[in-house]
Design a protein around this ligand. Structure first.
Ligand code: SAM
Length: 277
């Protein structure tokens, strides 16, 4: 039997294909090609307990795109700080907001080397979009980064994005809320904060939500916590939430009516958009 690894499965230097990565597992859920066998195994284990789990990734991404359209168009924000940007996919934040305002500045932050490789290649010819490798759970590291300081003016409103990221925080249960507080403190009044998170709806779906959590956290990826409404509220403390407040991503200002009943995946991820008073 040949032990040659196919071209598509060969990892770039510095990338460990034997460890699942959050960005690549998310890419696998979205049907992308930038993932390895170990990432697909994590996805498949979650799909075994919740066959509609991919809807969480899809709805999360659609929520992000709708929120960015709103922020660039209706709210008129011109600078975006996107924490945990993920692998390039259709569409990316800078493509959404720069279609509306070509002058909008976007700074992406991620700590995954595959994301960094793709991000830098994609942005080579774009003077208003930047990528930094940093730990999003260390606000001082991100906020003090020279690229962030150079391109984001914190005396003016910023669109701060923390979408599909905080459920991957591992450690102190209060950690994500503390991280959010530190970022929000650094933002000017009139800034906007967009967050999404795996959701335990505390109803008949709780059991499946907890089974997905079990699969994620005990997988080689090692993270993926589902939080209750009370826990989600802590992430947006001090912000004026725009209508409709925390809502299922699928139902946060959707593009049209819901034709089919919501799937399990659609009911297990929620998002919110708040404004700093
Ligand atoms: N925000 C995108 C979206 O919602 O479509 C991507 C979400 S993806 C599920 C989470 C991203 O956060 C991944 O790209 C992962 O590499 C990144 N991430 C997770 N923990 C991180 C950390 N401590 N520092 C920087 N990035 C992190």
């Amino acid at each position: 039997m040949s032990s040659v690894v196919p071209e598509s499965e060969r990892a770039p230097v510095g990338v460990d294909p034997t460890r699942a990565s959050i960005a690549r597992v998310y890419d696998a859920f979205l049907g992308g090609k930038d993932n390895y066998e170990i990432d697909r195994q994590v996805r498949d284990r979650v799909l075994q307990v919740a066959p509609e789990a991919a809807d969480m990734a899809v709805e999360n991404r659609h929520f992000l795109i709708r929120a960015c359209r709103f922020l660039a168009h209706s709210a008129g924000v011109t600078q975006f700080l996107d924490c945990g940007s993920g692998l390039p996919t259709a569409e990316n934040v800078h493509q959404v907001v720069q279609r509306i305002n070509p002058e909008a500045t976007v700074v992406y932050v991620d700590n995954d080397p595959v994301v960094a490789n793709h991000g830098k290649a994609l942005l080579e010819d774009n003077d208003t979009t930047h990528f930094i490798s940093a730990d999003i759970y260390k606000p001082d590291e991100v906020l003090g980064h020279e690229v962030v300081r150079k391109h984001i003016d914190f005396s003016q409103p910023v669109a701060f994005l923390q979408v599909g990221t905080l459920h991957h925080f591992v450690g102190d249960a209060q950690g994500p809320a503390k991280v959010m507080r530190n970022y929000v403190d650094a933002l000017a009044s009139g800034s906007y904060v967009t967050v999404s998170h795996f959701f335990d709806p505390e109803n008949e779906l709780s059991e499946v939500a907890r089974k997905m959590e079990e699969q994620f956290t005990h997988s080689p990826m090692g993270s993926g916590s589902f939080r209750t409404q009370a826990e989600l509220d802590q992430l947006t403390e001090g912000l004026d939430l725009l209508d409709p407040g925390w809502e299922l991503c699928a139902q946060w200002w959707p593009d049209g009516p819901q034709i089919d009943p919501l799937s399990v995946g659609q009911r297990c991820i929620a998002g919110a958009l708040g404004r700093k008073p």
